[in-house]
Each structure stands twice: as C-alpha cells, then as structure tokens.
Design a protein around this ligand. Structure first.
Ligand code: KIV
Ligand code: NA
Length: 269
C-alpha cells in the first residue's frame, strides 16, 4: 500500500476507479481501516453523535475534534486524513475558516479539511486553497444547517438539481480538491460527477459518484439506530453491536460463575 496523496484521487477519477471513504474517530478503528486499504479517512463532525453522544453535529467544538484528528492521523500510514471544520468554526469569515483549518492541520495533523456549503463558501475555499490547505467541499444535505433545511431531507430534487451543479462548479473553481454530496437524487449526483473534474464522494447520492463515504459505526452495525430508523443510504457490513453485546454478557457471566479468570489467566507464586 502506498501513501495516498491528493493527486492519486484525481488520477483515480481519470481512470474511472471508484474508492471508499470511512469516518474514524480514534486510533484503533483508524488503524484497522488504514490496513484494510481505505484510502481516505474522515474525522467527521459526526463525532458529535458517535463519540460525544449528541443528537446533532452542531455542538462539537474544534477543541473536542482536534485530539480525535491527531489520533486518526497518527494511526494512518497510508490513508489521507480529512478533518471536518465543525459548526461555527468557519462560517463567520474566510479568515476564521483559515484559523480553524490551521488548527486542524497544526494541532490535529490533518492532511485536508472539509466544510459544508455551496457557492457562498467559494471565497473561503479560495483563501484556504491559496494558503496550501486542501479543501473537500460538502453540498446537498448539510447537517450543520439542519435547522435551516428543516431536518434530514433529500436536497436537489426537481429544478434544484441545477443549483447543485452550479454550487459544485463554483467550489471546484475555487480550488476544492473533492466534493461530498449527501442525500441527493442519484441522477443529480451523476450529473454533478460528470460536470466536475474533481472526484465526488456520495452518501445517499447513488452509484454514479466517483467515491462513497459512510459513517464507520453505521457501516459496521455499531450505531444504535432505533428499529426501522436506519437511514436508507446505510448498508450494514457487520453486526458489531451484537458481537460486543454478546462479548460483554459472556464476560460478565464468566465472572459471576467464577469461570474467569481461569488458571491460564492467573500468575503463580
Ligand atoms: O461528519 C461526517 O460523518 C460526514 C460524512 C457523513 C460525509 O460529514
Ligand atoms: Na460532517
């Protein structure tokens, strides 16, 4: 496995090779995904939900994300590590975004940052890119704006599909190296992917993106989605929640029964 750099992602788009991105928030999971050949790891602000237990991504702060970014970056020998700019850390001005992105790279050792928003974020993307900070953009459903958008809803339906293309082109023009599209109709995501030279990364955006991303705890069946509430775009590749539950229950039962620790787990005089 080679070290993944941004030019490799562009080469893969040119060759028509699809790739997978996963979130990671800690050293153990990051090392597993890195060794498994996942080329891009995202320390998402979904850490708000998956690490800190919030019900939206809004409360997580730079100070809370940076140690997670550093743990993931330290565990990644091959993967490119992208860190989310959390809500409130970049929307104020391009200068604020610059200062926050520098913290993610200087203190968190991220290789790139991600931010949410369409054409309105182009000046910010331009400033960061000119400063040598690679930016992954994120359009469609943008969770940090859920109170404006009115909850988790598919974006870019009908005549709004064109504004998706316009936003994507503006972000590419401003220097973004890649673009996440979340919860947009598959044909619209395909049209954006075709219109762009930079790779698109879909989540709930159909099969015609250059890459896909899932939250790792969703992908591995670790998230505690209430019955019937798993998002449509999630595919569960394992039942980690079931495996861990069973392990914890067996361990507790062994302790209660006195069958753990056994002689082989104990030290002799
Ligand atoms: O924070 C996150 O997990 C994300 C991905 C879903 C793209 O932004
Ligand atoms: Na995010």
């Amino acid at each position: 496995l080679k070290k993944i750099r941004i030019p490799h992602l562009h080469q893969m788009k040119a060759r028509g090779e699809r790739w997978a991105m996963l979130t990671a928030y800690d050293q153990l999971s990051a090392a597993v995904f890195d060794a498994a050949g996942i080329p891009v790891l995202l320390v998402g602000d979904s850490a708000a939900n998956n690490v800190y237990g919030h019900s939206t991504t809004l409360p997580v702060t730079l100070d809370e994300l940076i140690p997670l970014v550093r743990a993931v970056a330290g565990a990644a020998s091959h993967a490119l590590v992208v860190a989310d700019l959390p809500f409130g850390s970049y929307q104020g001005s391009p200068q604020q975004a610059f200062e926050s992105a520098v913290r993610l790279m200087k203190e968190g050792l991220a290789h790139a940052v991600k931010l949410e928003g369409g054409a309105a974020m182009a000046p910010t993307v331009r400033l960061l890119t000119d400063a040598g900070i690679p930016v992954m953009a994120h359009i469609g459903f943008t969770p940090q704006s859920e109170h404006t958008l009115g909850g988790y809803r598919v974006q870019g339906r009908g005549e709004n599909a064109q504004s998706l293309v316009d936003d994507a082109l503006a972000l590419q023009e401003a220097g973004a190296f890649s673009l996440v599209m979340e919860m947009v109709p598959a044909p619209a995501a395909g049209a954006v992917t075709k219109a762009l030279d930079i790779p698109t990364v879909g989540i709930g955006a159909g099969p015609d993106c250059d890459a896909q991303v899932l939250v790792w705890t969703d992908m591995a069946g670790f998230t505690d989605h209430p019955a019937g509430k798993t998002p449509r775009f999630v595919k569960k590749y394992a039942d980690l929640r079931g495996i861990l539950t069973q392990a914890a229950q067996e361990y507790a039962r062994d302790v209660r029964h006195g069958t753990f620790p056994a002689p082989e787990h104990s030290f002799e005089e």
